[in-house]
Design a protein around this ligand. Structure first.
Ligand code: ZN
Length: 144
């Protein structure tokens, strides 16, 4: 399935407050700005992190906690609707003090040290809506 994006709408560029929750803060911005379809990217650092890994056989997310200072090497994600509200789905690559990379599905529990974000709104032909996907057990985009 796909939707056609005809143009880009507003682009929000900013910095998150120290101590905020990375996923919550990005979600709040999208909900506040009414962004229903879009792209999210960010760089920065966190003081702790929580990321998910989806166990495809068991169909459950396993969460990994990293209680250490980490760089946000790359956060990439999208915005769509889940239960009628803007929902951010993002993955994050983090770097430790040795330059080793780790990461996963961005979960609540990543505490911002500093973060610069860019959120681009898409003017799409129709909203992207998440719904239950039986094949994967995930809340995926629905429709043709
Ligand atoms: Zn994910």
């Amino acid at each position: 399935m796909e939707v056609i994006v005809k143009s880009t709408g507003k682009v929000l560029v900013g910095r998150l407050p120290k101590g905020s929750d990375l996923l919550e803060a990005l979600t709040d911005i999208c909900q506040g700005a009414g962004i229903q379809v879009g792209r999210v990217q960010a760089i920065g650092a966190v003081t702790r992190a929580r990321v998910g890994y989806y166990d495809q056989a068991a169909r459950v997310y396993n969460f990994l906690d990293f209680n250490q200072d980490l760089e946000i090497l790359a956060l990439v994600g999208n915005v769509s609707l889940k239960d009628g509200k803007p929902f951010v789905h993002a993955h994050v690559t983090l770097g430790d003090a040795q330059g080793q990379a780790l990461g996963g599905h961005l979960a609540e529990g990543c505490e911002v040290f500093a973060c610069e974000y860019e959120i681009a709104e898409y003017q799409a032909e129709r909203p992207l809506e998440r719904g239950w996907d039986q094949e994967t057990g995930l809340m995926l985009w629905q429709g043709k």
